[in-house]
Each structure stands twice: as structure tokens, then as C-alpha cells.
Design a protein around this ligand. Sequence first.
Ligand code: PEP
Length: 250
Amino acid sequence: MSTHQRYLIAGNWKMNGVLSEAREFIRALAENPAPEHVEVALMPPFTLLHPLADKLSTRGVRLGAQNVYYEPKGAFTGSISPLMLRDAGCRYVILGHSERRDIMGEKNDTIRHKLDAAWNSGLEPILCIGEHLDDRKSGNTNAVLTEQLSVLEGSDAEKMLTIAYEPVWAIGTGVTPTTDEVRDTHTFIHQKLTDIGKDHRVLYGGSVNAANAAELLGLPGVDGALVGGASLQAESFSQIIQAAASCANN
Ligand code: PEP
């Protein structure tokens, strides 16, 4: 693991969840409280941040958002600022998710602004990076990751960063990279961040579920998981948290 002692298990609900479902989820999640040495965070849609903040924090679950805009306030219809996320009780914000890169056309420039805005307002960014299948097949994975990590050039090394390595071809597909691929890629990312002196950790994301979590989390260089589909059900999310707990004990 990196300088961080605890695994982070973060659930990205994407565009899923209404209040009644979220309440039921939290009630069910509370039946299996997270062990001390596993940090748990939930990234629901914006509409659920305020209503869930207190309920999650009393259960030791941290709150995060799935996106943010970089301006502090003003005429940016439909956008949410870092200050608003802080006000809603967020600690984390996901940036650069492949769905935002590929569907919403987000580029490095925008992601760089968002990173700075998040840090400046006291949010901790979870920066998603990952290659497409073509890149993996043609041996370009590290080049793609290097290009995506270039958003960190000139950033304050002291600001804590969580990276989520999410191969795009593994997201929502039920397919995961081999253990060698995960280990080698995490080693590469850790080295890159160590070279620029950045305090960091590296999560793995992409089809993590209750059945494969222990194997993935047990790999060197994997400091936690960013979980999509399997975070929507309290039962599978709890099982992933328990898998992290057992890895931490080993
Ligand atoms: C994600 O989109 O961040 C993700 C990891 O999704 P899934 O777990 O569903 O593959």
C-alpha cells in the first residue's frame, strides 16, 4: 500500500438512486458496519448529497460527488461548484471518469481546472485514468496513462491525490484485467506519482464485485477500489468492504 494505511472502498452510483432507495441502502449497509481499517465513501447523484450527508457521517461513511465545475459561482447554468459540494458535506469528488471523458467530451484542460478548484476548496479529488481496449492491445496503456497524468504538471505536490485506475474496457463489462496487468499498471502509476513527489494512493476500478474483490485488493499497489454497479446494492457493497477488511488483516 502507499503512505495511506487504510483501504478506501468508494461507491460510484453514477446516474442511479432516488431518496427512498438511498435510505433503504443506508439502513441495510449499517447492518454490517465497516471495520476501523477500511474507509468507505459513497458518491451518489448531486440530488442525494444533502439528504444523505448526516446519515452517512453518523455511520462513518464519507461523502463524495461524481463531478464538479471549476468556477466558484456565477452564470453557469446547471453546474455545481466546489464550495457547494463542501457545503453539502462532501470530502471527495470524482474527476476524469471515462464516462465524462468519452460521453461528455471532457479533456485534460478541463480536468486540470477542476483538480485545482477541488484542491483549493478542500475537496480531495479521485482522478480516474484508464486505457481503452485498443490501447491495451497495442501496448499503449502506459503512454495513455502518462498523458492523462499530465494534468498534474505544476500542481502542488503536497495536495493529497487519489487515483482510480479504471481500464475503460473493464467498466460495467464483468471483465477484469489479469492480476499481472493490475499489479504492473498500479506499479507504473505509483512510480509516476512518486517521481513527482505526490502524496497519493491508487484504487482499482472496473467490474469489482463481491467475488473478485479479495483477489484484486490483495494485489500489491492496490489501495482500494472504486466500485460502480456492485455499489448499488448494500449487500454486494458490504461484501467488498469485508473483503478489504480481510486483506488489511493479512
Ligand atoms: C466505474 O464506473 O467507476 C466502475 C468502476 O463501474 P463498474 O464497477 O460497474 O465496472
